[in-house]
Design a protein around this ligand. Structure first.
Ligand code: 9MG
Length: 258
């Protein structure tokens, strides 16, 4: 899953991709590099990022999804927590709703269920602005699994079929560096949820802390983390650096088939 930010304040692309033409060019490059799916978001989840209004989010995301759907035959995902954006994005061509707030906003479950799209629910505590202070867990992995299991139950009860649901443990969301590493080490335990696991560690602080590299030099560390996640059963890898990730996975696949 290639990350396509339609946000002027995105921490890792510097806002270079906030026009439709630039989004198309970035999408083409990611697809050539081997992306199977593109995730388009109009609001940064980085702590301290400026919140955007619903109208602004729609204006950023919908033209990009429409243009991508017209140009490429590639599944599209919308990264949003806003019900109206979910509805409009699916009408425009998205087939997956990627919600870091796990459909907790009022009306989100109804919008997602009515859209017919698949849904990825992520574990987080609080909001990006306060999540750094909410890292006290008794058993991190057990609590992440319990939270995701409860969301899956609720969404199935709301009429979203199990085969349309994905889960994400939320690397970097209300987790310390050590907790992120524990989550990665124990990622295989999420198989208990019986849903495909999506992970996003690309260029995040946990990669910076492990490698000592600034955000624009984290491609190798991010690819290593993606490979470790894939080995532990992750089905979808949300990444900025598609080529580096594909190469890391190709080495693993070659070893497995030798
Ligand atoms: C939007 N976004 C930022 N980080 C993410 C992550 O780790 N997972 C998912 N599903 N979305 C994310």
């Amino acid at each position: 899953m290639g990350i396509l930010n339609a946000t002027p304040d995105s921490f890792s692309d510097g806002g270079r991709f906030n026009s439709v033409d630039r989004a198309l060019a970035a999408a083409e490059a990611m697809l050539e590099a081997g992306a199977d799916l593109l995730d388009i978001g109009g609001e940064s989840t980085r702590p301290g990022a400026t919140p955007v209004s619903q109208d602004e989010e729609l204006a950023r995301v919908i033209p990009v999804i429409e243009a991508l759907a017209a140009r490429f035959d590639c599944p599209l995902s919308v990264d949003t927590s806003t019900p109206s954006v979910m509805t409009r994005a699916v009408e425009a061509g998205a087939c997956l709703i990627n919600d870091v707030r796990a459909l907790t906003r009022p009306g989100a479950i109804e919008a997602a269920a009515a859209s017919g799209a698949s849904v990825c629910v992520m574990h987080m505590r609080g909001e990006p602005g306060d999540m750094a202070t909410r890292t006290d867990y008794r058993d991190l992995v057990a609590e992440v699994i319990d939270y995701l299991a409860a969301r899956l139950r609720l969404l199935r009860e709301a009429g979203i079929p199990a085969e349309r649901l994905l889960v994400d443990p939320g690397f970097g969301f209300a987790k310390t560096h050590e907790q992120n590493l524990e989550l990665l080490r124990r990622l295989g335990e999420l198989s208990r949820l019986d849903a495909p696991v999506l992970v996003g560690m690309s260029r995040k602080r946990m990669i910076g802390e492990a490698t000592g590299q600034p955000v624009d030099r984290r491609a190798v560390g991010s690819a290593a983390a993606a490979l470790l996640a894939a080995e532990r059963g992750a089905a979808v890898l949300r990444v900025h650096d598609v080529e580096a990730t594909r190469d890391a996975l190709a080495v693993w696949a070659a070893m497995n088939s030798a």
